[in-house]
Design a protein around this ligand. Sequence first.
Ligand code: URP
Ligand code: ZN
Ligand code: ZN
Length: 534
Amino acid sequence: MAHSLISLLLLSFLLLFASFPQSQSNQFCDAGIGNHESTCGISPSSSSSKLLIKGGTVVNAHQQEIADVYVEDGVIVAVKPTIKVGDDVTLLDATGKYVMPGGIDPHTHLAMEFMGTETIDDFFSGQAAALAGGTTMHIDFVIPVNGSLVAGFEAYERKAKKSCMDYGFHMAITKWDESVSREMEIMVKEKGINSFKFFMAYKGSLMINDELLLQGLKRCKSLGALAMVHAENGDAVFEGQKRMIELGITGPEGHALSRPAVLEGEATARAIRLARFVNTPLYIVHVMSIDAMEEISKARKSGQKVIGEPVVSGLVLDDSGLWDPDFITAAKYVMSPPIRESGHDKALQAALSTGVLQLVGTDHCVFNSTQKALGIDDFRKIPNGVNGIEERMHLVWDTMVESGQISVTDYVRITSTECARIFNLYPRKGAILTGSDADIIIFNPNSSFEISASSHHSRTDTNVFDGRKGKGKVEVTIVGGRVVWQDDELKVVPGSGKYIEMPPFSYLFNGIDKSDAKYLSSLRAPVRRFNSAS
Ligand code: URP
Ligand code: ZN
Ligand code: ZN
């Protein structure tokens, strides 16, 4: 009730806000969600368009150096030792801290209609949470409306109007005909989408078959768009679910038991082979198991262009929560592919540290306890999804850097730069370089973080990482040159986020034409035959 009232107030504010040009507005708004009161107000001090970050260790994926970073009008203007500026510049002291590109989350679902309900974080609350955790851009998945990509895109444009940070879109492909094929071209050439996701699971809703996947892979290749797959064998999952129900297993543990890792491995292998057959790059989203990771490893060793994206839940959790006797506690861990038994998490971490997997997403897709309770009598009805957009940067730091598995430059690569490269945004995003967007975090490695459902910024009332503590803390988040997170306070502007168009033909397409030509010349066909019988 309180939440709906706050949402209503927020909506009225947004409608009011929408009539002002962004540059004239200096209205800031606390997230006003989760456990926070809405405190929209005027904050002229935060509106300086000039910032100097002094004395920090500036970290890019390729190097780190002690330097100052000067920002004007949302763009990094200079990165060098000892920059001198005038009085009109806001100073931020970063001595002893890391100055890094804001995180880019390649995989989120904000305001997504799914499994009979809608994810509870929208483009404002989800992004506010992201900013509090040091993520400054995300890429969300547009779901077509009645199979129409254009209608889906327009619906997501409306959902994203309240954005307070930059975002891009992938597009799901859920059916196939001439109009889908035509609309894919419109998405790439006119709408700035350069990736399409194919769901090999969710039978009866989003799932596609191999024939569609093949058509989709071919079309992606011709458009220079990256094909992405949710890799689980949906037909076998359907069988597994029936088996569990027949055994009387109706609770959340049935979710994990019905879709074992072998089904993820099978679909990953199949998608990889089909992409090899078509000769187009492939991106496997939410890699949750050793089985899937090993298929990716094999393909990459053979020279195939396959990207593997683990998500933070798969990297740091195991499936034990699904056996919790309390339904809501167990249901909060339900996502697909499922969080696996202990051992998969460590193997995924190792794969990330050795380059078998390339970047970390979240698959942030949250439902509150009431929504999760839709499946109280049947795990098949529990809306699938967990949180992570606010926690990713801290948990990856603690799990990967503090444990000594990766360096600080690698951290920047897997949380930001590699995503920018894959989706063709680098070096505008994913770097602290002259000319890059001023999406920056100041990270204190000597501080600490603690995660709690009662203090997080997401609208959901549970958190799969509840109670986790660790080293390191995002102390300041700067988005588009504005300080939005400092001293544990969030000041975000609805409508200030921009849609970022992503051009096709990223680096992953380099050389595809040459390998196609090599393949054609290797065929030694058609053979010119004479008919010996005549
Ligand atoms: O459980 C999940 N992963 N929910 C979001 C939809 C998807 O499959 O990415
Ligand atoms: Zn998925
Ligand atoms: Zn997802």
